[in-house]
Design a protein around this ligand. Structure first.
Ligand SMILES: *[C@@H]1O[C@H](CO)[C@@H](O)[C@H](O)[C@H]1NC(C)=O
Ligand SMILES: *[C@@H]1O[C@H](CO)[C@@H](O)[C@H](O)[C@H]1NC(C)=O
Ligand SMILES: *[C@@H]1O[C@H](CO)[C@@H](O)[C@H](O)[C@H]1NC(C)=O
Ligand SMILES: [Cu+2]
Length: 212
């Protein structure tokens, strides 16, 4: 009898999980362009016409489904930095280890459960050094409303607590990028020849903007 009860509870909790977990779908297209994020024109890699790529948002417990269309003339993959990929190691985006690279013109759909993970993460290219070309973007997983926050002990009154909760909901990502005036393939070749990365970057970009 206890095992039957346990089975029913397990079944109910699976059912509950299945009904609460939503699937968040995104399309990301990787392509080239010319931009001057710090006032210097160079060839750039864009995701949906922007760099860094768009914010991907989901809730704790959701299933994330991202179709990557590779419109570049080089192969690529996208890695979901920090996501544990329990049960879905083939969605980790590491070329030659967990998947074949997505060829030029190819598509690949990443599908993973976010389980109990939440907070700010980021996604990035995992081929050559393309993530240095800002093939990267922010990923925000909102924590479940039922999770205990530290806000009660920080706020002096209800208004302050609500303001903290609101700030958490509307959190703004800040992505920093070391920016070179040369594409990463050139920088990587310099590294392979000399064994050292160039000691200085040309700019620092914050959300794709640098000082002109
Ligand atoms: C992604 O692209 C496909 C095919 O072009 C389209 O059917 C689908 O609605 C798109 N999904 C999102 C979330 O934009
Ligand atoms: C990949 O997706 C793009 C954009 O949704 C579509 O135009 C193209 O036909 C797809 N390519 C393949 C090989 O399925
Ligand atoms: C890019 O790299 C090439 C080859 O190393 C070099 O000649 C050129 O000056 C570099 N361009 C910039 C803008 O740094
Ligand atoms: Cu990473």
């Amino acid at each position: 009898m206890p095992s039957l009860l346990a089975a029913v509870v397990l079944w109910l909790s699976c059912l509950l999980h299945a009904t609460l977990a939503a699937t968040r779908s995104y399309n990301l297209t990787l392509h080239r362009g010319i931009r001057a994020p710090d006032g210097f024109d160079r060839e750039v890699y864009l995701i949906n016409n922007q760099q860094p790529g768009p914010l991907i948002e989901a809730n704790q417990g959701d299933v994330l489904e991202v179709t990557v269309h590779n419109a570049l003339d080089v192969a690529n993959t996208i890695h979901w930095h920090g996501l544990l990929q329990r049960g879905t190691p083939h969605m980790d985006g590491v070329p030659g280890v967990t998947q074949y690279p997505i060829p030029p013109g190819g598509n690949f759909t990443y599908r993973m459960s976010l389980d109990d993970q939440y907070g700010f993460y980021w996604y990035h290219s995992h081929l050559n050094a393309y993530y240095d070309d800002a093939v990267r973007g922010p990923l925000l997983i909102h924590p479940s409303p039922s999770l205990l926050r530290p806000f009660e002990s920080l706020a002096r009154n209800d208004a302050e607590r609500d303001a903290l909760l609101q700030a958490e909901k509307a959190a703004t990502p800040v992505l920093l990028t070391d920016w070179y005036h040369n594409v990463s393939d050139v920088v990587l070749r310099q590294y392979e020849t000399t064994g050292a990365f160039p000691s200085c970057v040309d700019s620092l970009l914050a959300n794709g903007q640098g000082r002109v």
